[in-house]
Design a binder for this molecule. Sequence first.
Ligand SMILES: [Zn+2]
Length: 106
Amino acid sequence: MTATREGDGGKEAVRVSLWQKKCTVFALMLGVPVLLYLIAMALEHTGLAVYGEIPAIALLGVIPGFLLHLCWMRCPHCGRHLDRNNGQYCQYCGEEIDWDAKPGKE
Ligand SMILES: [Zn+2]
């Protein structure tokens, strides 16, 4: 219970719902490696040895994805990290999570 909590007044310039954030994180963490793999397969015919580079490049997508996951996947009520909770309710405070709600609504 030592999590630091600060009011996020106007921190969120872009209004993006939790669901959209989740998709972005997924796209980074899964899409980037898959895309790289597909590109590598396509390049294989050209004789370029690109497979060795994939893990390093894939990390460039996975690491930001993971950081965004840590920053974004938070309960809108208590601010705690939801981790892999895809449910309707926060596992900490029990409040309902509106995955489509955009922050800063009037
Ligand atoms: Zn909560």
